[in-house]
Design a protein around this ligand. Sequence first.
Ligand SMILES: Cc1cc2nc3c(=O)[nH]c(=O)nc-3n(C[C@H](O)[C@H](O)[C@H](O)COP(=O)(O)OP(=O)(O)OC[C@H]3O[C@@H](n4cnc5c(N)ncnc54)[C@H](O)[C@@H]3O)c2cc1C
Length: 478
Amino acid sequence: MSHPDLKRRTIEDSTEEVVPATDVTFDVTTDIVVAGGGGTGLVAALAAAQRTDGTVTVLEKSHRLGGNTSLSTGMIPAAGTRFQRAAGIEEEPADMAADILEKNDYEADEEMVRHLCAESPNLIHWLVDDWDISLHFVDDFTYPQHSEYRMHAPPGRNGENLIDELGERIEETENTELLLHTPVKKLVVDGEEVVGVTAGKTHTEAIGADKVILGTDGFAGNRPMVERNCGNISEALYYGADGNTGDGIRFGASLGAELAYMDSFQGHATVVQGIGALSTYAVIMNGGFLVNEDGERFGNEAKGYSALAIDVVDQPDGMAYEIFDERIMKKLEGEFDDFDEAVELGSYIDAPDIESLAEELGCDPDRTAEALESYNAAVEADEPDSTGRVDGRSVLEAPFYGTTVVGSLFHTQGGLLVDGHGRVLGEDGEPIGNLYAGGGSAAGISGHGAGGYLSGNGLTTALGLGRLAGIHAAESLE
Ligand SMILES: Cc1cc2nc3c(=O)[nH]c(=O)nc-3n(C[C@H](O)[C@H](O)[C@H](O)COP(=O)(O)OP(=O)(O)OC[C@H]3O[C@@H](n4cnc5c(N)ncnc54)[C@H](O)[C@@H]3O)c2cc1C
């Protein structure tokens, strides 16, 4: 049997991703094709369907909707929503933009960041008011370097619930149709314009369309593409949806689209080893910390789970040990579906004292106890600890909890350069006719590498650009 990666194409190989219209006869036609039934695609389809009587056809490669959006906590950041105001928080989109840009040292496209932040309250209000999507305001913890509470979450803080509701709205909307098990294979092109796609798993059909929106996410599930572009995380566990093999990015690149930030990705520092459950970063941001097998702290956990993922990968055996206490365990139980799932799967062990916990976990007991003592002393003195950490700390007290974690790759953040309407731009800076992209298929807003990813950037570009692309595509139908 051949290794599945060998079948995965890269931008560098010579396989054609576009087919001239003269070589196909369309089996069917529609008005707008949306490739990918994840966050970008479903939101784009709803936004488009609202503005046209024409048909919007969503084609999803997998047997189910959702992609990484289902795996996510579904928390959507937005500044200036009425939910934020009701919680007594006065924040402007510019404040959210400042957090995003500071996190990536202003490497991201500032105009795009400001634009998506300005649109962020419109996105939330539109989801809730126009589509009755259930979102609640999260005001019990902040992610690293969020200067305010600004997350709007689906029930259970679980992206699957968001996807279920978006999928239901698609079903209920008359001028949308949805086909599962239907990967888009190629773009059909007439001159410089996209005029359709070919799609299908075993039987391929040609579908004519006036507009095509790419919501096929990034390439984290395509090992050769990760190795070429994001080398330092390519050995880590991939913790994302299988379908995200860079298809839309390759389609656009074949047409001469400009690519940007291809080395950008979100890693995660605390995926439970062996079990594969996510140990939510709320464990850390409520006061937990990590040590390596020698019982040493090796990084400031508050710099973020993405930047820290590389540090974890660099530890002996690529592992680390997450230490927290009963207060945190009690606080988080029932708050996050993924945390509850990790607990249910037996991810965490507990012990009456730190030495016994370390022994059971497999890290040096005496050094781990020293790390705890020094951490607690720094918290009590309100001083930076040995890693320079000052945020999200609390004194940890017996009984203790812990687990073994590995660094992992969640998703890539580089891709097709788009404008403020999600139109894919060519190397000359001009839009490629009829082609749109959002989410992981588009260039992200996290700068380069792993360190620039601020929590929420993924859904900001997915749902934000998805909505804008849907609006523009529908409004520019002839
Ligand atoms: C575990 C995890 C937790 C996360 N938590 C958060 C969070 O809390 N907040 C946040 O902002 N971000 C989070 N992210 C990132 C966020 O989930 C993604 O950035 C976002 O969901 C991407 O949306 P998307 O629409 O681009 O892709 P997806 O939601 O992945 O959807 C892409 C879809 O396209 C389909 N597809 C691929 N190729 C084709 C093709 N050729 N034809 C048809 N369909 C195709 C895929 O099967 C998939 O269903 C998380 C990611 C992971 C993995």
